[in-house]
Design a protein around this ligand. Structure first.
Ligand code: ATP
Length: 362
């Protein structure tokens, strides 16, 4: 029998727009899958389709080998956590947590054991008798999570649960979600527009743009091998430097240095190629191995703490690179605005995308 959840060629149309377009993916048992993409890419719609709050226009949603596309939300046994987690203000934390069980007339003697378990997991024991008005934002979010997990759902659906929290709380709640996942191993689909959040939390990331699945894979894989120009620009901070450059007969020339394109018919026929290089892979000092060089003029630098983000002009266009802030070394070594510099990067760290269909050439 098939375990886990499978989306088979899902399409969702609203009048005039296609929010999700022929999308297929699988969520393995116990997996933490993050859906990420810019505003309007279809993430929330996909989550609502999974929850049963929207109906698919085409395609199937399979759970453990059964088609659940037509099931109403309550029969799916999925639990959804939204960014606006409405708690009942007149009920205690405990009553909020048990609300769903009471609505379903589940036997009372089961309540206590289950409340104790989730309260323990989320460190809510001292708060059970309090009302939501007497809780901090992070505590309230934990209660909302307790309410979602107390049913022991097959799948958690989380729609930007951190987005209304301040920076410090966001880290706290994020760590809480990760710990909870470690302990419960409940399959989770988590939506965010924040690629850093996706990188730090996900087992796998699914990148969406305009309703299409662009790439799905482990964070490391997406960072090292972005499938196309969109993923290359979206995953990684600061974002990848990208230049559209002319090429001929399968050779790209970068400041008089030839770069051979892969020996495929597609690559050999191209007249334009996107060259991509991540800011952290550029150096103003020589690098090991086969490398390329770019002449540049430093325009300005931003101190980020342990490193500078340096901005420079090159013949290809504006470029950014990351430079360690070596406080103990001679400060004169760090280029100043206006300095002429040579930027080096290893051929190994170069990304090439088709100028025609924007797919990775490798
Ligand atoms: P955001 O990060 O801004 O929430 P999103 O990636 O979650 O965006 P969706 O909310 O899924 O995007 O919307 C995807 C597309 O579908 C958008 O173009 C949106 O306008 C459209 N859409 C979503 N819901 C509806 C609806 N109920 N009726 C009509 N169009 C809709």
């Amino acid at each position: 029998m098939m375990s886990g959840i499978r989306l088979e060629n899902i399409t969702k149309q609203f009048e005039g727009s296609t929010a999700v377009n022929h999308l297929s993916l699988e969520i393995a048992d116990g997996e933490f899958l993050v859906l990420v993409g810019p505003s309007g890419c279809g993430k929330s719609t996909l989550l609502r389709l999974l929850a049963g709050l929207e109906e698919v226009s085409d395609g199937r949603i399979m759970l453990d080998g059964n088609d659940i596309s037509g099931l109403p939300p309550r029969e799916r046994n999925f639990s959804m956590i939204f960014q606006n987690y409405a708690l009942f203000p007149h009920m205690t934390v405990e009553q909020n947590i048990t609300f769903g069980m009471r609505m379903r007339n589940e036997p009372k003697d089961q309540h206590k054991a289950r409340v104790d378990r989730v309260a323990g997991l989320l460190q809510l024991e001292p708060l059970l008798k309090r009302k939501p008005g007497k809780l901090s934002g992070g505590q309230r979010q934990r209660v909302a999570m307790a309410r979602a997990i107390v049913r022991d759902p097959k799948l958690f659906l989380m729609d930007e649960p951190l987005s209304n929290l301040d920076a410090r709380l966001r880290t706290e709640v994020r760590d809480g979600i990760m710990q909870l996942h470690q302990q419960l191993k409940t399959s989770t689909v988590y939506v965010t527009h924040d690629q850093m959040e996706a990188m730090t939390m996900a087992d796998r990331i699914a990148v969406l743009d305009k309703g299409h699945l662009q790439q799905i894979g482990a964070p490391e894989a997406l960072y090292a091998h972005p499938a196309n120009l969109f993923v290359a620009g979206f995953i990684g901070t600061p974002s990848m430097n990208l230049f559209l450059l002319p090429c001929a007969a399968g050779v790209l020339t970068v400041e008089n240095q030839p770069v051979r394109l892969p020996q495929t018919d597609h690559a050999q026929a191209l007249t334009e190629v996107y060259l991509g290089i991540r800011p952290e892979h550029l150096s103003d000092r020589p690098v090991d191995g086969e490398s390329l060089q770019l002449q540049a003029t430093l325009t300005y630098r931003e101190l980020l703490g342990a490193e500078y983000l340096c901005h420079a002009d090159t013949a290809l266009g504006k470029i950014r690179y990351v430079r360690k802030n070596q406080l103990r070394e001679n400060v004169g070594e760090i280029p100043q605005p206006g300095d002429r510099i040579t930027l080096h990067f290893s051929l190994h760290d170069l990304h090439l995308f088709s100028g025609q269909n924007q797919q990775n050439l490798h």
